[in-house]
Design a protein around this ligand. Structure first.
Ligand code: SAM
Length: 247
């Protein structure tokens, strides 16, 4: 069963957990990709936009911004951060947009929240429909054949007189098309500790398979997962940045 307290009851702590992420750098990387590979338009849609940190930067770069996310509590925070943007609660595998976009992004491996190959395929078709000709679809992804279940990220901090601990790791059984993002969240206030364990169901696939799903709709480039430089992906790396240009 999928449990995603982080995006509902605990959404107010999401930005704390992500405080070390350089959102400006990530957004600027995609802005540069759009300049290089995309059309000259300025409408951006961020899929699984969460609390809207990337959209804040896109707006500041001069884009007209929209965001979709499946969890309304995340969108409520995004709307406060980006009053200029349009947000709608939607499943990214079944997008319903009023106008076509020049750029569609999806950050922090959120494309994997399409929970099966079938829904991921629907998402790709949906994104294709939502883009203008020459529009760009940019996202990062992880190859299931490289997942190390022992590797994880831990972050501890103090906020509002509480101590927080956030821990996350990928889990892949080694078979099939499902992986999980496992999260452990602890909050200690006045010596009392509360503990949440999230298990987020996600699709697992290889980059070769992902490329095969994209190619009927897009010209596909796979880049190194390095926000400081635009360079081709080296086959050994388990994560990469995908740039897909609408045919
Ligand atoms: C890891 S967060 C990423 C948020 C933001 N993009 C960032 O980089 O901080 C994943 C987001 O995906 C959203 N999400 C999960 N499944 C989704 C779906 N099927 N369609 C749209 N959003 C989804 C969650 O609500 C959550 O806000």
């Amino acid at each position: 069963m999928s449990v995603t307290a982080l995006y509902t009851d605990l959404s107010g702590y999401y930005d704390l957990m992500c405080a070390d992420i350089d959102y400006r750098e990530q957004s600027n990387y995609v802005r540069r990709l759009h300049e290089l590979f995309g059309n000259q338009g300025k409408n951006v849609l961020d899929l699984a936009c969460g609390t809207g940190p990337h959209l804040r930067h896109f707006i500041d770069f001069g884009y007209t911004a929209s965001g979709v996310d499946i969890n309304q509590p995340m969108l409520d925070i995004a709307q406060l951060r980006c009053p200029e943007a349009q947000f709608t609660q939607q499943d990214m595998s079944d997008l319903n947009m009023d106008a076509q976009m020049d750029l569609i992004s999806c950050f922090l491996y959120s494309i994997h929240y399409n929970q099966s190959i079938a829904t991921l395929t629907d998402c790709i078709a949906s994104v294709h429909r939502a883009l203008k000709p020459g529009g760009l679809f940019c996202f990062n992804a992880v190859d299931k054949s490289t997942i190390d279940n022992r590797a994880g990220i831990k972050r501890q901090l103090t906020h509002d007189q509480s101590n927080f601990s956030f821990q996350s790791n990928w889990y892949y059984s080694g078979e099939g098309e499902q992986q999980q993002l496992q999260l452990s969240i602890e909050r200690t206030t006045n010596g009392i500790t509360e503990h949440w364990r999230d298990q987020h169901a996600m699709v697992a696939l290889t980059f070769a398979h992902l490329q095969q799903l994209l190619e009927p709709y897009f010209e596909v480039h796979i880049l190194a997962h390095d926000y400081e430089r635009i360079a081709p992906w080296e086959n050994a790396a388990g994560n990469a940045f995908f740039v897909a240009i609408k045919h």
